[in-house]
Design a protein around this ligand. Sequence first.
Ligand code: KIV
Ligand code: ZN
Length: 523
Amino acid sequence: MSEVPSPSATSRILIFDTTLRDGEQSPGASLNLQEKVEIAHALEQLGVDIIEAGFPITSPGDFEAVRTIGKEIKRATVAGLARCTERDVRRAGDAVQGAAHGRIHIFCATSKIHREFKLRKAKDEIIRLTVESIKLAREYVADIEFSPEDASRTEPDFLADVVHAAIDAGATTINCPDTVGYTTPEEYRELFAQLIARVPGAKNVIFSAHCHDDLGLAVANSLAAVAGGARQIECTINGIGERAGNAALEEIAMAVRTRPDFYPYTTGIVSNRLVPISRLVSTLTGMHVQRNKAIVGDNAFAHESGIHQDGMLKERRTYEIISPEDVGLIQTKLVLGKHSGRHAFRNRLEELGHRLDDASLDKAFEKFKILCDKKKEIYDEDLEALVEQQLEGEKQLFQLTNLQVMSGMNGTATAMVSLTDASGTVITDAATGDGPIDAMFAAISRLTHIAATLDSFQVRSVTGGKEAQGEVSVELSHSGRKIRGRGFSTDILEASARAYLAAINRIRTMTERTIGQASSLEA
Ligand code: KIV
Ligand code: ZN
C-alpha cells in the first residue's frame, strides 16, 4: 500500500482568497450582495481553491453573502469566518451548511499582547475555547480551519500547544497569520518549519500563510512560508485589506509561475484572468490600483525610456519577464462601437469578468447605446465604467435625475439638483457655493440630509482622446469613517455629482449595516 504524502511535501499550493472578507475590511471598500456574488464567480473562474465570503456574525449582509455564494459556487470551497464563541460558530455553520463545499474558519488571538489587553484571557482558557469551538464547528462541516490570530508574535511553545490542541479537536487547516505585518521571510519560514516538525499530527493537516503588508513584505513572507511547509496562501485581489492590505494574489501567482526554479510549486490560477479580475475588484470596491502596481498596474508593462523601448523592439525578453497576454492584458483595446449588438456587448463584459443578470444587462446596454452617441470609440475601460455605473445605480437610494449649474469667474456658483428617492419621488433643491462643485455638493447634502466632509476629489480621464469619459473619485469622512464614491460621464460636472451621490448612498447603506452589526456583536 502506498503512503499518503504529507500535504507539506506536495507541490500544489492552495489559493485561499479573502478579498470578500479581509479585503472588504479596507476602509471604504464595502460591497453589496450582488457585487460580492459577481466577484465570487470571477474568483471561481480565476481558479482559486477557497473563497472566504464573509464573517457571518457581523451583519445580516455578511451572513447572506456567505450563504448565497456557498450555494452558487460549485467547485471552490466557500468559507465563513467565526471567532471562538458558540454564537459565531453556529452562525458561520448555518451560513455554509448549504454550500457544495463549506468551510468554517475559526480564529482566536494567541499572542501575549492580545491575550492580556484584548481578550483578557489566560492561556488555558484560550486552548479551551479553541477546542470547544472546533468541536462545535465539526457538527456542521468536516472542513475546519483554525487561525491563532497574531501567530507570528505568539510565544513559540504556546503556539505549538494551541496548534496541537486544534489539530486534536479536528481542525483540518492551520493558518498562522502575521496579523500586524511584522514578521520577516526568514522568521516566518522558520515558524512553519518548526511547527510542522514538532507538533504531533501536523503532517496530516494543511498549514496556511496569511500575511499583511505593513512592512511591504506580505508576498515575500507568504512565499517563505511555503518554503517552510505551508501549502495554502491567503491573499486578496490587488492586495486590498486591513491597513496596508494583504498579500496580493496576482503577485503570488505570477512569482510562482515565473520563477519555477525558485518556487517549484503549482497553483490552480488561470493567469490570464488576473487583469480582468483586478479591474472588476477595483471597479466594484472603488479602490484604485496604483499605476506602478506589479502585474496589474497601468504601468506594469509600459516601457518609457528610449533604451528600454529599443531593447523591447529588438527582443521583448530584454526588459519583459512576463508577457502582458499571460496576465490577460489585451493590447488591442478598441472593442465596441455604435453598431455592436447586445450579444457582442455581453460577450465582452463576460470576458472582462462581469456577469450581469438579464435585467441589469438590458439597462447597461441602453446606457452603452447612449454613450455610443457621445463617443465614437468604446474601450474596455468605458465598459467597466458603465457596469460600475449600472451596479452603483441599482444600489442607490437616491438617483441623479437632473442637474443645472451656473458659474463664472466672478461671483457665486449656483447648482440646481434633482434626485429621485427610494419611493420614486423626484426632489429638487438649489444651493450656492464657492464654485460649481461646491454648489452641487451642497445641494445634494440638503436633499439627502447627509452632511459629510470632502477629504479628497480627483478627476481623471477613463481613456485617452478628447471625447473620453471623465472619472471622478471622492473620499468623504462621516462619523469617523472614510467613504469613497466614483462617478463617470462625458460631462465632468455630472461625473462629480454622481461620485458624491455614490458616496452619500454608501453612507446610508453603511449606517443601516452598522446598526445591524452593533446588535449582532453585542455580548
Ligand atoms: O489577519 C488576521 O489575523 C486575520 C485572521 C482573522 C485570520 O485576518
Ligand atoms: Zn488578516
